[in-house]
Ligand binder design. Structure first.
Ligand code: GLN
Length: 225
């Protein structure tokens, strides 16, 4: 039993909240609280997860409405206090819409929803999220999105590159046309991570892929230290 406390925000239309809870509570044995989007209490949580799904039916743009949910004000405060946030897929989209991560996720280059397993290169091993992966690791994780093509202006891209904020790159090919093969990035402090692939769908020993397991182990190792 680990004492790392996870919160998972549930928006109307989230569909990966219970998958994340299955990993954090079921497999890792960590205290895990599901937090309805209208709540504001994030006290006592180490890591807040924004899960994948179709919040508000993906109307306007994925994540564009969820960013106005009451819980998002508390999430901003959680970040300001130095708390950790993990945005997976729709969660990553919500983080960019909320300005907690730079840039935007727009329609896949082929205009199709892509459900597949993709290769990824892990660019940093010094973060809370990646410490348990071997240096230079390439892994395979599932993706399932229609708006996963990362884009930003040239100055922002240079800043992301210079500050080492790009954590995951598609390798060898980007399935969705993402700028600079970007699949996941972090805030300058490294405490906020967003990624399009789904590490929670590659953590159960009964599933064919388990390359998500080290991401969850990294968090436990980092916060237990
Ligand atoms: N799996 C997800 O979180 C999907 C995100 C979003 N609904 C999209 O299609 O891009």
């Amino acid at each position: 039993m680990s004492s790392v406390k996870f919160g998972i925000v549930v928006f109307p239309g989230s569909n990966c909240d219970r998958d994340v809870a299955w990993v954090t509570r079921g497999l890792l044995g960590c205290p895990t609280r599901l937090i309805w989007y209208a709540e504001r209490d994030l006290s006592g949580l180490d890591v807040v997860v924004l899960p994948g799904g179709f919040s508000y039916g993906d109307y306007l743009r994925c994540g564009a409405i969820a960013r106005f949910a009451p819980v998002m004000g508390s999430l901003q405060e959680h970040v300001a206090r130095g708390g950790y946030v993990l945005g997976i897929c729709n969660g990553f989209q919500i983080l960019t819409e909320a300005g907690l991560l730079p840039g935007a996720l727009v329609r896949n280059a082929n205009l199709h929803f892509i459900c597949d397993r993709v290769g990824l290169r892990i660019e940093r091993q010094d973060l809370l999220w990646t410490g348990a992966y071997p240096a230079g690791a390439t892994i395979t994780l599932p993706i399932a999105h229609g708006e996963g093509r990362y884009t930003c202006d040239p100055d922002t891209l240079k800043q992301l590159q210079d500050q080492g904020q790009i954590v995951f790159r598609y390798d060898p090919v980007s399935p969705n046309g993402s700028l600079d093969q970007i699949a996941g990035l972090c805030s300058p402090s490294g405490r906020v991570l967003g990624l399009m692939p789904h590490p929670e769908r590659a953590a159960d020993p009964d599933l064919p892929g388990q390359d998500g397991i080290p991401l969850w182990q990294s968090i436990l190792q980092g916060l237990a230290a």
